[in-house]
Structures are given as structure tokens and as C-alpha cells.
Write a protein that binds this ligand. Structure first.
Ligand code: KMT
Ligand code: NI
Length: 180
């Protein structure tokens, strides 16, 4: 995974938008974002490894989603739009890339900058509850991802706005990162 600050140049969300400013795993950790690389091996040991992380963090469910035009059909445009709308969840979320690549953008609270995490097969990302983020395909237009859920496999996104800013999970997140 490569993580860097995005540039502010308008254009296709699937382009890299690379400002050239790198960020570090430490900087990501300071906003509650964790990354592991668990290589996909033919024997399937990666699965045990991912599920072990999930169990340690008390996850109960997971699913696998293929994000591309062919697999999502009529839902493709609306899904892509919703994923890229800045949002947060009331649960922590884990995403593990099985095939292909894509971008998870996370908002650095102190600077309001977007940090772009370019994830590819074997990358696992933990996004804390309450962090503003979004997802985009890259120019390859396809990703197969395991989504791990603390509870039922539902995907409730709270789009950024006044109401979401006051959501207790959001205010708790902001408090947690500010004391560091
Ligand atoms: C999210 O929470 O933004 C997503 O799950 C995006 C789709 S998973 C690649
Ligand atoms: Ni999300």
C-alpha cells in the first residue's frame, strides 16, 4: 500500500491525484487507521490470518464484494457514487483486498487533508468508527474486496454534514485522536 496526500486538482476520481507528499504508517495510526499486508498465498493461509485479526477485534461477519460494472450491473453508478461520497460509520470497518486495486481516502482531521491509500491484493485496512472516508476504483476499474463487519453485514453510511458532525460516534472519534 502506498499512502500520500492528494492534490486538489479537479478530474477523474480514478486518477492518482498524487501531490507527491508521502505519509507514514505512524501518521495513519495517529488518526486511528491501521494497515497490514497479508500476502495472498495459494494454500489459503491468508484467510486464517485475516479471520484471526477479525476474531481478535470481535468481528462477527464478512462478505466479499466485486466492484466493477459487470458484477454490479444497474447498481454500479449509484454504488460508486455512494462509496465516493464522504461518509463515516458507527462501527469500525476492515477491508481486505483479494484482487485488483482501489483507493481508500481518509480525512486527516487536523488539516482537513485527504490521505489517499492505494490498496492492492493483500492489503488490509482498519478504519475506526467515526472517521470520514470514501472509496474509489482506480483506472483498472475492478476490485474484489473482503468486507468485515462487527455485526450484521449492513453498510450504513452517514454522509458528512452538520448532523453527522454531531453524531456521538463522530464526536467520540474526534476526542480520541485529539488527546494523542
Ligand atoms: C466503504 O465503507 O466506504 C466501503 O465499504 C467501500 C466499498 S469496499 C471496497
Ligand atoms: Ni465506508
Amino acid at each position: 500500500m502506498r499512502a500520500y496526500f492528494m492534490d486538489d486538482i479537479p478530474g477523474d476520481q480514478r486518477l492518482p491525484h498524487d501531490s507527491g507528499r508521502e505519509t507514514s504508517e505512524d501518521a495513519l495510526r495517529s488518526i486511528g487507521v491501521l494497515h497490514w499486508h497479508i500476502p495472498i498465498d495459494g494454500a489459503g493461509a491468508y484467510k486464517d490470518e485475516v479471520l484471526k485479526v477479525a476474531k481478535e477485534r470481535e468481528y462477527k461477519n464478512h462478505d466479499v464484494i466485486v466492484i466493477n460494472k459487470e458484477s454490479l450491473g444497474d447498481e454500479f453508478e449509484s454504488k460508486i457514487k455512494n462509496f465516493y461520497h464522504e461518509h463515516m460509520h458507527e462501527d469500525e470497518e476492515i477491508r481486505y483486498i483479494l484482487e485488483g486495486s482501489g483507493y481508500f481516502d481518509v480525512r486527516e482531521h487536523a488539516t482537513e487533508s485527504w490521505i489517499r491509500c492505494h490498496m492492492s491484493a493483500g492489503d488490509l485496512l482498519v478504519l475506526p468508527a467515526g472517521i470520514y472516508h470514501r472509496f474509489s476504483l482506480d483506472m483498472t476499474n475492478r476490485v474484489r474486496t473482503m468486507r468485515l463487519f462487527k455485526d450484521e453485514p449492513k453498510w450504513i453510511a452517514h454522509n458528512r454534514g452538520k448532523e453527522t458532525d454531531a453524531n456521538p460516534f463522530r464526536t467520540q472519534y474526534v476526542k480520541t485522536i485529539e488527546v494523542q
